[in-house]
Ligand binder design. Structure first.
Ligand SMILES: [Zn+2]
Length: 116
């Protein structure tokens, strides 16, 4: 259960945040998950919602997940583009396959809303 340990890590840092800010609860948290991060979003949300029950400050926290598409930069012409495929994508401008992946692997917290 890869997703459960990631959800746990997120809950721990939210707990710390609530503690630090002296918050009554965390209302919302928004995260960004890349398509190539290997995280199954449904499992992640499920794990988050199951685990948050244990914490009084987090049990009402709404988790919002934004899925980040794959994004490439062409090494030939510098074009940046989003693409659904990881298998042999090519530059829409110059058809080069000499590409660099610039997003799609991340897991990051965009923001959190707390109530004090
Ligand atoms: Zn190109």
């Amino acid at each position: 259960m890869h997703e459960a340990s990631i959800a746990m890590g997120l809950l721990n840092s939210l707990e710390e945040l609530a503690e630090k800010e002296n918050a009554k609860k965390v209302v919302k948290v928004k995260v960004r998950i890349g398509k190539l991060s290997g995280i199954v979003i449904d499992s992640f949300v499920f794990a988050f919602n199951a685990l948050k029950e244990e914490s009084p400050k987090l049990k009402e926290t709404e988790l919002i997940v934004e899925e980040v598409p794959l994004k490439y930069r062409c090494r030939e012409c510098g074009e940046e583009f989003s693409c659904e495929t990881v298998f042999f994508p090519e530059c829409p401008k110059c058809k080069s396959i000499n590409l660099e992946l610039i997003s799609g692997e991340e897991l990051e917290v965009v923001n959190a809303e707390i109530e004090v």
